[in-house]
Design a protein around this ligand. Structure first.
Ligand SMILES: [Zn+2]
Length: 94
């Protein structure tokens, strides 16, 4: 599998992770602002958001790495090159 294809697979995983974590964070913030959408207890909302954010951080630390040298790729969702080994991560069509 090419580096570009592997990084594309990892990018999709990151986007899926964001799609899971972001609603939990939105629920927490809306609850803190007094918008009790689902009428959940405060401790439950906090625990849920904490669990999702921590899980997301752990999964990101594991997934979002260069397929060649395993260097963490940072905050960009579409890095051009790896900061560790310098390999090109974007395909020609990206
Ligand atoms: Zn690398």
């Amino acid at each position: 599998m090419s580096i570009q294809r592997e990084i594309q697979k990892r990018r999709w995983r990151q986007l899926l992770l964001l799609a899971i974590v972001l609603p939990a964070l939105t629920l927490f913030v809306s609850h803190e602002l007094g918008l009790h959408v689902f009428h959940l207890p405060k401790a439950g909302v906090f625990s849920l958001a904490f669990l999702f954010v921590c899980g997301g951080a752990i999964l990101t630390a594991s997934n979002w790495r260069c397929p060649v040298c395993r260097t963490y790729l940072g905050g960009s969702i579409n890095p051009e090159r790896c900061r560790g080994c310098g390999r090109r991560l974007r395909g020609v069509g990206d």
